[in-house]
Design a protein around this ligand. Structure first.
Ligand code: NAP
Length: 388
């Protein structure tokens, strides 16, 4: 019987994992390491995340099925709680996902993961430690089709401090923990839920909607982004965690060349869902040269009154950098393992739009990612490249 230690249960993908896994009702034991003052408080935090996927009654029922261990994964090596000892699998999702936190992000994601890996050494029955990284460790100078094995790479031009921390974590896990059964999964860009739309999270969805409302793209409509829904990511991660044999120890969890989303198809999907009688004309602009054009257009569409809108403009610029990269993350390894490919964003965009709040409200839900701890925000590919 599998006993799975899950970090990040209160986050987007963690909630999707628990919703998917607990609903199936097999005899797997889920042990959630949650930041909380007591077991009951931790359970309520998990239940409140699950409520984004189901009704409150079911969320409470599902949350009762998990074991809560109050704790912080960055201090897991000091946590001698015996309930961790007999875990057979670790699914490590927890991370500081804010883009500009710099030192704090590195401490949490890199140093914290190594602390968890040290704790995993005293789990004698451990068969897999699935660490969740990000496909974006490839940086801004990657080829259009990114292969797993090419990264981490010393010459990657990192756009944000978050990806530096994730790349360094992979390197350190490989160097320092060859004795652990580590497998790395790197999701691409997680947007929405294929059947619940925006209910579980509007993270990043607001950017796609803002681009549509601005009618401005920093790239040709033929270029593409690699987007996947949270439910598919959750199901695939559980599969990677529990499949008895894997051919590799590193996988993109991505749409790949076969499933990447072309902007032209996103525009068509918006037009089908919110018709404008063919008036959806997009301008292609240059992120560096046309900064003031974007600012002006943003002010016209959303207004620039107040701190929230200022941060939203900054976040839009930052996301546009990623949108312009025209990347697909090869998912051949995943497909070869027998996993199903993800549904494409245009196919489930109507579901996301049907239960979306306003774009600015959706951004407010995502704003934590853009908090600045110590350093100013790098919004173009160059500033952090020298430190990568
Ligand atoms: N979402 C994406 O588009 C995407 C794409 C690629 C990769 N990923 C990776 O997938 C993973 C999950 O992402 P997500 O979007 O679900 O993140 P998220 O919604 O931001 O959730 C982050 C989770 O990490 C937990 N956490 C952070 N610091 C912690 C600590 N010190 N101790 C215990 N828990 C801590 C948070 O707990 P609290 O609730 O206590 O803060 C929360 O449960 C991350 O590793 C991320 O890098 C995500």
């Amino acid at each position: 019987m599998a006993r799975i230690l899950l970090t990040g249960a209160t986050g987007l993908i963690g909630g999707a994992v628990l919703h998917h896994a607990l609903d199936r009702g097999d005899d797997t034991q889920w042990v959630c390491l949650v930041r909380c003052g007591s077991v009951e408080q931790g359970r309520q935090r998990v239940a409140s995340r699950l409520e984004r996927f189901t009704d409150p009654f079911t969320a409470q029922r599902l949350a009762r099925k998990v074991e809560i261990v109050p704790g912080d994964f960055t201090r897991a090596d000091l946590d001698m709680d015996p309930r961790l000892d007999d875990c057979t699998h670790v699914l490590h999702l927890a991370a500081d996902t804010s883009w500009f936190g710099d030192e704090r992000v590195y401490r949490t994601n890199h140093d914290g993961t190594l602390a968890l890996a040290r704790r995993a050494r005293s789990m004698p029955g451990l068969v897999r430690f699935l660490h969740v990284g990000t496909a974006m460790i490839c940086g801004s100078n990657a080829p259009n089709v990114v292969e797993e094995r090419a990264y981490p790479a010393a010459d990657a031009n990192h756009i944000v401090a978050y990806t530096i921390s994730k790349a360094a974590t992979e390197t350190s896990l490989a160097e320092l923990f060859p004795d652990l059964p580590v497998v790395i999964a790197r999701p691409s860009i997680v947007v929405g839920h294929s059947t619940l739309g925006a209910a579980p999270s509007s993270s990043i969805l607001w950017v796609v909607r803002a681009a549509d409302r601005l009618r401005m793209l920093p790239c040709a409509p033929e270029s593409a982004v690699d987007i996947v829904p949270a439910d598919w990511v959750a199901e695939t991660l559980v599969g990677l965690l529990t499949k008895s044999e894997l051919a590799h120890n590193l996988y993109h969890v991505s749409a790949g060349t076969g499933g990447r989303t072309r902007w032209a198809d996103v525009i068509d999907a918006f037009e089908a869902a919110e018709p404008t009688d063919g008036m959806r004309a997009f301008t292609q602009f240059d992120l560096q040269r046309d900064r003031s054009t974007l600012r002006k257009r943003f002010a016209e569409v959303f207004g620039l009154d107040g701190a929230l809108k200022q941060v939203m403009l900054r976040a839009t610029r930052a996301y546009y950098v990623f949108c312009a990269l025209d990347l697909a993350f090869s998912n051949q390894r995943l497909l070869d393992e027998g996993f199903a490919p993800p549904p494409s964003l245009p196919s489930y965009l109507p579901v996301c739009l049907a239960n979306s709040a306003g774009i600015v409200e959706q951004f407010a839900d995502d704003m934590e990612m853009f908090s600045v701890a110590a350093t100013p925000a790098p919004v173009d590919p160059m500033p952090l490249a020298a430190t990568a």
